[in-house]
Design a protein around this ligand. Structure first.
Ligand SMILES: [Zn+2]
Length: 288
């Protein structure tokens, strides 16, 4: 019998603030170097690991593959702390702009680098900016062929300008090729599916909205997935000059107190890695 035991999945998409936003807004080249981003990631990851240890929570960290090359010790440090290492592609570039051949090559390179750095198997993937949708469903076949067992890139909404696939189920399911999909959560409000899984939404909405959503899913015994970035937890995020007001609001709102907000969520709700949740719900074998 699967044992869902109302545990949610906790995930961190590991990337620098500037490289994270480079396809959404203009970012100066001086902010995009691996060294600049890795210094910021190291500082923010340190706070993140302390916070998770304090609450005795394990998580899945979807790392950019390039970090396993430029700062492999960060990947190893996270793996050694007992967390799962997943793949967030090689660079923070949307899959929507790639050909299947480009994606396949980046995926294989990233997975190998992450496995070498962590010393463990990498079986989970999340696309930068959740950029797998109706127009590039071939990516699921590339993931399965590339040895991945699960994906968590799909947001079942039609509201966002970059991502979304409104027609998929809202719970965990399998694609026809066997790849497991763990969609990001949405909340139905007036017939619209609002993303609510973390990141900017966690900063934008009152924190009680997120807590209430995950608590409700817990009482239903339905595991859900929360995501966040190191720069939303730790103290470091560079200022990107020249952002329009709305962009500045969206990218910087409540960036300074993420640690405390997340701490309140972790205190009251049970979270673990993606693999653990998928095993508990019977989608992965215990031996996977
Ligand atoms: Zn990302």
């Amino acid at each position: 019998m699967p044992d869902t035991a109302f545990v949610h999945a906790l995930t961190v998409d590991v990337e620098g603030f500037a490289e994270s936003h480079a396809q959404s807004v203009h970012v100066e080249d001086s902010l995009l170097g691996a060294d600049v981003n890795d210094r910021e990631i190291a500082a923010n990851l340190s706070v993140t690991l302390d916070l998770f240890a304090e609450h005795q929570r394990r998580a899945t960290f979807f790392f950019l593959g390039r970090i396993a090359r430029t700062a492999p010790d960060l990947v190893r440090q996270v793996a050694d702390a007992g967390h799962e290492i997943g793949c967030h592609s090689l660079f923070h570039r949307r899959i929507t702009g790639q050909t299947p051949a480009e994606f396949r090559l980046q995926l294989a390179t990233a997975r190998k680098a992450l496995e070498d750095a962590s010393g463990g198997r990498v079986i989970g993937f999340r696309a930068p900016d959740f950029s797998i949708g109706a127009g590039n469903k071939w990516a699921f076949d590339e993931l399965a062929a590339g040895g991945f067992l699960y994906d968590s890139s799909v947001v079942p909404t039609s509201l966002h300008d970059v991502y979304g696939m409104a027609t998929v189920p809202r719970g965990i399911f399998r694609w026809p090729n066997g790849l497991i999909e763990f969609p990001l959560p949405v909340l139905k409000v007036f017939g619209q599916a609002l993303p609510i899984g973390g990141g900017g939404y966690f900063r934008l909405y009152p924190s009680s909205v997120t807590r209430s959503y995950f608590r409700t899913q817990m009482t239903r015994g339905t595991p859900s997935v929360f995501y966040i970035h190191p720069y939303e937890i730790g103290p470091q995020a560079p200022r990107l000059p020249g952002l329009p007001l709305m962009r500045r609001f969206r990218h910087y709102i409540r960036l300074g107190n993420g640690r405390e907000r997340l701490s309140r969520l972790l205190r009251i709700l049970p979270f673990t890695t993606m693999s653990d949740v998928l095993k508990r719900s019977g989608f992965l074998e215990k031996s996977d």
